[in-house]
Structures are given as C-alpha cells and as structure tokens.
Write a protein that binds this ligand. Structure first.
Ligand code: ADP
Length: 218
C-alpha cells in the first residue's frame, strides 16, 4: 500500500506518519526531511535550497521529483511508501502518478489533515524535534518528558523555518497551491479528510480505521 498524507504545515503529518510506520510497516518519505538533510550535510543542492526553504516557498518541482524517484525505484520500498509533503501542487500530483506507474505502483489512499490557521500558529511556534530519536514534541500540547534520557531538553531542536512569520508564509504557500491537488484526488476517489484538531490518539484511530478498509481491498 502507498499513501499520501497532506495538510498545512504543522498539521501533524510527521506525528501521524510515525504511527502508520510503526503499525503498518510502511516507510515515511518526507520531502521536507530529505531537503533538510541536504542542508545539514551542506551539499551543493543544500546550499542552493537553503534560502528558498527559509523563506517559506517551495523548491523546484524537478529537484523534489529527482529525490523521490530514488525511493520509488528502489524495491526495498515498493508498495510501502507514505508520501509526506509530496505532492504540494498539481504538477507534482501528476508527476507522482507518472512515476508510480513507471515502477508499477499506485496510490491507494490519500489523507488530508485539516487544521485551522490559529492552531497551526501554536503548533509551529511550540514545536521541537529530538535530534537523537526524531520524536516530535510541542511545548504547549505535548511537552517532552522531564528527566528523559533521549529526549532531554539539550537534544531538542527547533526547525529554522518554525518561526511564526515563516510558518504563516508556509501556510499561505500551502493554501495557494493545494486546491487543485484536492480536486485531483477527489476525482480518483482516493481522498479522505481527517479532522486534525482532535487528540493525537483519536486521529491515530481514525487513520488506522481508514487504512484497514483499504487493506481489505488490496
Ligand atoms: P511543512 O509541511 O510543515 O511546511 P515540510 O518539512 O514538509 O514542512 O517542508 C518544509 C519545506 O521544504 C517547505 O516549506 C518547502 O520549502 C520544502 N518542500 C518540502 N516538500 C516540498 C515539495 N514537495 N515541493 C517543493 N518544496 C518542498
């Protein structure tokens, strides 16, 4: 099974993808994470995209397409990918279908997490990630455990684009590009909208139930 999960920045895609990975043995392909790794490793590509990402805009479709094709073409990940952060516009949605077809695969489920701009602002400004295990926390809703060994405060890092200002810009970029993606997946009957404002475990359960239905068809 291949799935797409999308929603505004801070909607909880990463948190929910972690849950799906653990329970369904899928692999989370986060384009944002792949791009951040390029920046961290100071590659030629990383240097090229640094200012684009920190302005809240999208990097070019070609760059992201090359990155994801490496995974789609790799048999280790065949039919077990969660696309997190891709597609973000209509041409990426069409490209994803093209690439999957090229490697004899398809999308089986598309999850849209809906969250309001007000919640997004809090989620983004409160978010940090454990640099050791990758677990995502939020100082308002889901703080890291005190005295934890792995996720101690010294290991928690904030993304450089998780400021209120860049967060709002990322939200606007999302809103500007996503409507045709929603239509695209509605037309193919793959889209399921999940309320991203309820508790993490309630959203886990809702997504789990949707995945079980699709599994029954495969
Ligand atoms: P979020 O969705 O919370 O903004 P991501 O980690 O998914 O965070 O993405 C961070 C940044 O990486 C985006 O603002 C954008 O600049 C870049 N990016 C990620 N995925 C794509 C994509 N599919 N196409 C273009 N740019 C992307």
């Amino acid at each position: 099974m291949n799935l797409v999960i999308f929603g505004p920045p801070g909607a909880g895609k990463g948190t929910q993808s972690n849950f799906i990975v653990k329970n369904y043995n899928l692999y989370q392909l986060s384009t944002g994470e792949l791009l951040r790794n390029e920046i961290k490793n100071k590659t030629k590509l990383g240097i090229e995209i640094f200012s684009i990402m920190n302005s809240g805009n999208l990097v070019s479709d070609e760059i992201v397409s090359d990155l994801i094709e490496k995974f789609i073409s790799n048999d280790t990940y065949k039919d077990r990918l969660i696309f997190d952060g891709y597609p973000r516009n209509k041409s990426q949605a069409e490209n994803l279908n093209y690439l999957l077809k090229k490697y004899n695969q398809k999308i089986d489920l598309v999850l849209k997490l809906s969250v309001s701009l007000d919640s997004i602002k809090k989620r983004i400004s409160g978010r940090s990630v454990c640099s050791i295990c990758g677990k995502i926390y939020n100082e308002y809703f889901n703080p890291a455990p005190i005295n934890a060994e792995c996720c101690a405060s010294k290991f928690l890092q904030k993304r450089s684009d998780d400021t209120l200002e860049i967060g709002v810009k990322r939200y606007q970029t999302y809103e500007k590009n996503i409507a045709p993606v929603i239509d695209f997946y509605k037309q193919s009957n793959l889209l399921k909208v999940v309320n991203g404002e309820t508790s993490i475990s309630d959203i886990n359960s809702e997504i789990g139930a949707l995945i079980e239905v699709v599994k029954g068809w495969l």
